[in-house]
Design a protein around this ligand. Structure first.
Ligand SMILES: [Fe+2]
Length: 476
């Protein structure tokens, strides 16, 4: 390929630049190398930013682009791959105009300053994708979710979730309880009082509840903890000062700052009612993603990937800004696997580190969500100084084992999505791998119990695809 790929940042940038509009929306039968497991029948959905440049203007941050949803159907006959942009109102208006019209969370609209005044950020529906009740829903950290046709990925429109508990906006991450199917969602509103809004929607939709939790600080949350009986908001030491953004002078991300003196605050409420149970102080740690949480007697166990500071995310030389300019930038603080044990009877929170080194995209099997989990799956960085990872790691908490496969120094690997479940563990893991040296992306299929053996099959997408964030597996 043309671009140099001496670092994973180069690989990531190559992924952005290789995705022209011609390759963006496509449908084809990918070539298979290896042998697809016969029991692997279903569809992998992925979502992540896919469009970073219009009319000569480029997004400033790796995590900022219009939603690009991919689907890989496996099972009957040949595998089928499809990819389409989520045709939000914003996306369609900007397609027609041929330029950016709205500010997004890292980038103000070029040109007229007035276009950036007030909160004009629109959803790009480009972070997560959830299957619920046969509906495929694309979420961002703002606005309402957007609904896609699960078969052909056509955008059906802004989704109306259960009307009685509709939230003013939704954040990207929600949880579906692995035991009873309750779907717990949250959204944030900013203002004089920053508030988290929660909806708990049973599988049959009946008896859904909604409540609000005052966060007490102005911050940005991306994920939360949900156990069988509790919801926990981790108000990390990330301060959001909105006034520069509202005046059109700063982007959302540039309005965030790390303030370790604030420490972390874990706010615990009853899941069913929203009644506050307690607020617990903890050392400062930034969290993108929770692995899972569960109740253990009078305690809550909450596992997450935490950073001593989010230096890869905010700051002028943060890796996720620098990559967009072809530089490596800073990502000195690794995402380590941490555990909070919140003892509600003794009113104390203890933090321990379960695994050092670079981790992200923690997932357990869907059946263990909100229950005690046996295992966690992660992307893993085997080289220090970058939050772009080349390996997949599984940590088995019951058997105290861990397993890892590294795709190599020029490969960026995305979230490993469990497909199928055996005794609380995944049967298979599916992940997109962007190979910077080859200039193309493939989907790797790994035996979740034998990661070190490497993929049992790879499905070649034939071109490079930008890094995607989150996905889900719909069994056939
Ligand atoms: Fe996320």
């Amino acid at each position: 390929m043309d671009a140099k790929v001496s670092t994973l940042a180069d690989t990531a940038l190559a992924g952005l630049e290789r995705l022209g509009q011609s390759a963006a929306e496509c449908e084809f039968e990918p070539a298979v190398e290896g042998r697809l497991p016969p029991d692997l029948r279903g569809t992998l959905y992925r979502n992540g930013p896919g469009l970073f440049e219009r009319g000569g203007a480029r997004k400033r941050h790796l995590l900022d682009g219009d939603g690009y949803v991919q689907a890989l159907a496996l099972g009957d006959g040949a595998p089928r791959y499809r990819a389409r942009f989520v045709a939000t109102d914003k996306y369609r208006a900007e397609q027609a105009a041929g330029r950016y019209l709205y500010p997004t969370w890292s980038t103000r609209v070029p040109g007229n300053w007035l276009r950036n005044v007030g909160n004009r950020i629109r959803t790009q529906a480009g972070v997560a994708v959830v299957m619920r009740g046969g509906r495929l829903l694309a979420f961002d950290d703002a606005g309402q979710p957007w609904e896609l046709d699960p078969d052909n990925l056509a955008t059906l429109g802004e989704a109306v979730l259960d009307g009685s508990v509709r939230l003013p906006s939704y954040n990207a991450h929600s949880r579906i309880d692995g035991r009873n199917g309750d779907w717990i969602l949250f959204g944030q509103t900013y203002g004089r009082h920053t508030t988290a809004h929660v909806a708990v929607v049973p599988r049959d939709g009946r008896g859904a509840v909604r409540y609000s939790v005052a966060l007490g600080r102005s911050t940005y949350l991306h994920d939360f903890f949900v156990s069988g009986r509790h919801v926990v908001f981790l108000v990390h030491a990330l301060d959001f000062a909105p006034f520069g953004m509202l005046a059109g002078l700063r982007s959302f991300i540039d309005s965030l700052s790390w303030q370790p003196r604030l420490g972390n605050l874990a706010i615990v409420v009853e899941r069913a009612s929203g009644r506050e149970v307690g607020r617990f102080e903890a050392p400062p740690a930034f969290m993108w993603h929770a692995l899972n949480a569960y109740d253990e007697g009078d305690a809550i166990v909450a596992d997450f990937v935490g950073y001593d500071e989010p230096d890869h995310f905010i700051g002028d030389d943060a890796e996720f800004f620098a990559v967009m300019q072809g530089r490596q930038g800073v990502a000195a603080a690794p995402g380590t696997l941490r555990r909070y044990r919140i003892d509600l009877a003794r009113r104390r929170l203890d933090e321990t580190t379960l695994a050092g080194g670079y981790h992200e995209f923690p997932l357990t099997v869907p059946g263990a969500n909100c229950q005690r989990h046996a295992v966690g799956y992660f992307t893993h960085g085997t080289r220090a100084g970058t939050n772009l990872h080349s390996a997949v790691r599984a940590i088995d908490f019951e058997h105290e084992r861990d397993d890892c496969f590294d795709f190599g120094p020029h490969c960026h690997v995305g979230e490993a999505v469990p497909a199928g479940e055996r005794a609380g563990r995944a049967a298979w893991l599916l992940c997109l791998v962007l190979d910077g040296a080859a200039g193309r992306t493939h989907v790797a299929v790994l035996d979740a119990a034998r990661l070190a053996d490497g993929p049992v099959a790879r499905l070649d997408l034939g071109h490079a695809v930008p890094l995607s964030f989150h996905g889900c597996w719909r069994p056939a």
